[in-house]
Design a protein around this ligand. Structure first.
Ligand SMILES: Nc1nc2c(ncn2[C@@H]2O[C@H](COP(=O)(O)OP(=O)(O)OP(=O)(O)O)[C@@H](O)[C@H]2O)c(=O)[nH]1
Length: 372
């Protein structure tokens, strides 16, 4: 999970997408809160228009512009709070609100040309908010901030009543704000991604079996046991046949290789993000298939049985092609028909008994049952 040195974001798109998805709830809340907060301030600062210009057409134009900012930012805040906006939409909302607010500041500055010093200070504060507080992609925030700074410097040159020294000082201070705003945002990106990376490593270690990469018993008990949805649920319990003999004949290294190969076959056959493969015991694996009926479970078990039995498993020294088989127990239930609060526990017990029945009936075979 490499981090891009310039932006502080993950270099690979899937890692960045996983990070953003993990943070999305928090991002939406922060966006909604910050935009609401900024909306109140933007409207409140109308008092300074009034104090500077008194009542008149320019003041009314500024009020209309401020209301335009408030409506845009308020609508974006409402959307962020109320709708489950995807990542792209939250960034669009952030950029839109930022762009409208910065454009309005230019308008205010041009209509109040005597106070460019204060407008420069307002811009600096807005840039800090854009870089650091409104959650957005760094390159979008930087693009908006730099464009607003350039436009402001042009307007200051054209309309501002400032000395040459004032203009130079103001320009240099705005460059400083942009530079440190960018560096601080980049640092924040790096730190939050590094934290996510450590969290992902710990989560993987806590949920997965080290040898095969399948889920472990802790994950089964903490995440899968409470599967609440209605509908079909099927579990497969499978166990490699005569595995002790494989260990005794070829050694534990090749035994581990057979386990990894079997796990790979199981994981390649399931639906990503829907089904789960759990290393249930030494050479025993559990597959949980939500939304799958007995016929679907049997079909999958037969495919897995045939694939494993037909696979040539190359020994660690590359000299021998090992053969192995597995026995399967398949149990299914329709949860709408089952008045049990622990259907998975019951299914696993049933699949376990069926798997042992398959062993007794000769191995390399499948036994199945639909639970009433
Ligand atoms: N190499 C290796 N072996 C393991 C691992 N975990 C458990 N085992 C071995 O798996 C073997 C399981 O043997 P048994 O329970 O007797 O079952 P079996 O030989 O497969 O016989 P059946 O299940 O009746 O077909 C034991 O020898 C364990 O030591 C592991 O992570 N790696």
């Amino acid at each position: 999970m490499e981090i891009n040195a310039l932006t502080g974001e993950f270099a690979r798109a899937p890692n960045e997408a996983a990070f953003l998805a993990h943070k999305q709830e928090q991002t939406r809340a922060l966006l909604g809160f910050t935009l609401s907060f900024c909306t109140v301030f933007y409207l409140g600062f109308f008092a300074t228009d009034l104090a500077a210009l008194g009542w008149g057409p320019d003041t009314m134009a500024l009020l209309a512009a401020r209301i335009g900012v408030a409506v845009t930012a308020g609508a974006c805040a409402w959307l962020a709070y109320r709708r489950r906006l995807p990542v792209r939409a939250t960034r669009l909302a952030a950029s839109l609100a930022e762009g409208v607010a910065l454009a309005c500041l230019m308008f205010i500055s041009v209509l109040r040309p005597d106070e460019f010093h204060w407008h420069a200070m307002s811009l600096a504060i807005m840039l800090v908010v854009v870089y650091l507080y409104i959650p957005n992609r760094l390159r979008y925030a930087a693009g908006l901030a730099v464009a607003a700074t350039l436009a402001f410097v042009v307007f200051a040159g054209q309309y501002g009543h400032m000395s040459g020294a004032d203009k130079l000082t103001m320009g240099m201070l705005l460059v400083l704000v942009n530079t440190f705003g960018f560096l601080a945002a980049r640092r924040f990106n790096q730190v939050s991604r590094a934290e996510f990376r450590s969290w992902s490593v710990l989560k993987h270690a806590a949920e997965r079996d080290h040898l095969t990469g399948c889920f472990n018993r802790r994950y089964l008990h903490e995440q899968l046991m409470g599967v609440p949805d209605a509908g079909s649920l099927t579990v497969l319990l499978c166990d490699i046949d005569h595995f002790k003999h494989i260990n005794d004949t070829h050694g534990h290294g090749d035994g581990d290789m057979v386990l990894r190969s079997f796990a790979r076959i199981l994981q390649a056959a399931i639906r990503d993000g829907v089904d789960s493969v759990v290393r249930y015991g030494g050479e025993e694996f559990l597959i949980v298939l939500p939304g799958t009926d007995l016929a679907g479970g049997l079909h999958l078990a037969e495919r897995l049985r045939a694939t494993f039995a037909g696979a040539a498993l190359i020994s660690q020294d590359g000299a021998t092609a090992l053969r192995a088989t597995a026995s399967f127990g398949v149990a299914a239930v329709d949860r709408t028909a089952l008045a049990s609060d622990a259907p998975l526990r019951r299914l696993i017990a049933a699949a376990d008994a069926l798997m042992y029945q398959a062993k007794r009936n000769g191995r390399d075979r499948i036994e199945s049952l639909q639970l009433a």
